[in-house]
Design a protein around this ligand. Structure first.
Ligand code: SF4
Length: 221
């Protein structure tokens, strides 16, 4: 499916009643009380003709769900975008709002689930509901050389895509900062850049940047 047509479909999607209800009724924190929340599904962003696809988990209620753009306006975004910038994947080191001029180089970024879930944990049925959109995006990326999955849930979503294509994924396990060769591309995995993983030093910035730099070197080779 053409990416613009796909995005139009996603924007209208209300398959997950729990998530629609959550985003429409959750109380907004005081510091954002004057913000107009997006409260719709979040679209993929970047260069659909790029060689790398980055897959995240789901938008945070006060991040992407507030600002209307993937990985924008929260702590995870700060960590991820500044790291991507250091590795040459973005034109600026910050992602604050839709009008900040952020552009991705040679990559597209998307999500396993496009509506903010309570406690950042989607149900299996919600992941299933949303999976077809991700598969369509992967199929739209004609120059794809690598997929980077941020967290196990994103990794499992990528595996489901390959399973559907009858690619053997049996031996593949989520491990931080690792990659597998699969179906003529590389499947990379990393811990998600959530504040919990960053604050506990499970994900270290210098190591993550070096990992991203290696990915950039590979996709350009
Ligand atoms: S999470 Fe995905 S499938 Fe569920 S309502 Fe949002 S866009 Fe639709």
């Amino acid at each position: 499916m053409d990416i613009n047509a796909l995005n139009k479909t996603i924007l209208k999607c209300e398959k997950c009643k729990r998530l629609v209800d959550y985003r429409n009724n959750k109380e907004v924190p005081l510091k954002f009380k004057n913000c107009k929340y997006w409260n719709k599904p979040i679209l993929g962003y970047g260069d659909i003709n790029g060689r790398l696809l980055v897959i995240g988990l789901a938008p945070a209620f006060n991040g992407g769900n507030r600002t209307g753009r993937i990985f924008t306006g929260d702590k995870s975004s700060d960590f991820l975008i500044s790291s991507l910038y250091e590795a040459g994947f973005t034109n600026i080191p910050t992602s604050e709002n839709k009008n900040d001029g952020l552009k991705y180089n040679n990559m597209y970024i998307s999500l396993a689930v496009r509506c903010a879930p309570p406690d950042n944990i989607p149900l299996k049925s919600e992941i299933m509901n949303c999976s077809g959109y991700l598969y369509d995006e992967i199929d739209s990326m004609k120059n794809l050389k690598a997929i980077l999955c941020l967290g196990k849930l994103a990794f499992d979503s990528a595996l489901s895509y390959f399973k559907l294509k009858n690619v053997n994924t049996k031996e593949l396990k989520f491990v931080n900062a690792k990659y597998y060769e699969i179906d003529n591309m590389r499947l990379y995995s990393s811990y998600h850049p959530s504040p919990r993983n960053v604050n506990t030093k499970l994900l270290k910035k210098d190591e993550f940047i070096n990992f991203l730099k290696d990915i950039n070197k590979y996709i350009k080779s």
